[in-house]
Design a protein around this ligand. Structure first.
Ligand code: MN3
Length: 203
C-alpha cells in the first residue's frame, strides 16, 4: 500500500472528556482509514501518484489524472487533514498559546480570547461538512473554512491548525451543538506542535 493510516499518538480515551473515546475510535479507525483506502485505490490506477507525499498530491490537484482527481481531492485531503488533526491535539493540552504563535496571535487578533472567538464563529458557520483552518498569508494569520476535505494546501497555503466540523467529529457527544464542541476543543490543542507548523508555514 502506498499510503498508511498513521497510528494515533495517544490512547483513544486520552482526550476525554473533551473528545470521547467512541468518537476517537470511529474517527481514526474508520473515517481516516477510509480516506487512506480510497487514496490507495487511486494510486492503484496511477502508480506514479504513490511517489508523491499526500501533501504534494493535494497541493497540485491540476497535475492529477482527471479520472481520479476528485478522489484525490476528497481522500488525499481527508488523509492530510486528519494526519494533522491527531498531532495538533494532546492529552492535557490547551491553555494559552506559547512561543511565536502567541506573539503572532497577539499581533493579528489582539488577544487569544478574540482569536478563539473569531475562529469558532467563523468555523461554526461552515455550512455542512468541512473544516476551519488557520493559515499564514501575506505575513498575517488568517482563518479560512473549507467544505468537505478540501485543504488550504490546494490554495498554496499551509494549515497551521484546523478543526474538523464534520458531524462525525462531534455528534456522539455534542449532538447538534457544534459551537459547544468548537469551544471545548481548545482544551486539548497541542501548542508545541502548532508552533512547529507555524514555522513551516513561514517558509
Ligand atoms: Mn473527520
Amino acid at each position: 500500500m502506498a499510503f498508511e493510516l498513521p497510528p494515533l499518538p495517544y490512547d483513544y480515551a486520552a482526550l476525554e472528556p473533551t473528545i470521547d473515546e467512541a468518537t476517537m475510535k470511529l474517527h481514526h479507525d474508520k473515517h481516516h482509514q477510509t480516506y487512506v483506502t480510497n487514496l490507495n485505490g487511486a494510486v492503484e490506477k496511477h502508480p506514479e501518484l504513490g511517489n508523491k507525499t499526500p501533501e504534494e498530491l493535494v497541493a497540485d490537484l491540476a497535475s492529477i489524472p482527471e479520472d481520479v482527481r476528485k478522489v484525490v481531492q476528497n481522500n488525499g485531503g481527508g488523509h492530510v487533514n486528519h494526519t494533522m488533526f491527531w498531532t495538533i491535539m494532546q492529552p492535557g493540552g490547551g491553555g494559552e498559546p506559547t512561543g511565536k504563535m502567541a506573539e503572532q496571535i497577539k499581533a493579528d487578533f489582539g488577544d487569544f480570547e478574540t482569536f478563539k472567538k473569531t475562529f469558532n464563529e467563523t468555523t461554526a458557520k461552515q455550512f455542512g461538512a468541512g473544516w476551519g483552518f488557520l493559515v499564514f498569508k501575506g505575513g498575517k494569520l488568517e482563518i479560512v473554512t473549507k467544505p468537505n476535505q478540501d485543504s488550504p494546501l490546494s490554495d498554496g497555503l499551509y494549515p497551521i491548525l484546523g478543526n474538523d466540523v464534520w458531524e462525525h467529529a462531534y455528534y456522539l457527544k455534542y449532538q447538534n451543538k457544534r459551537p459547544d464542541y468548537l469551544a471545548a476543543w481548545w482544551s486539548v490543542v497541542n501548542w508545541d506542535e502548532i508552533n512547529k507548523r507555524f514555522e513551516t508555514a513561514q517558509k
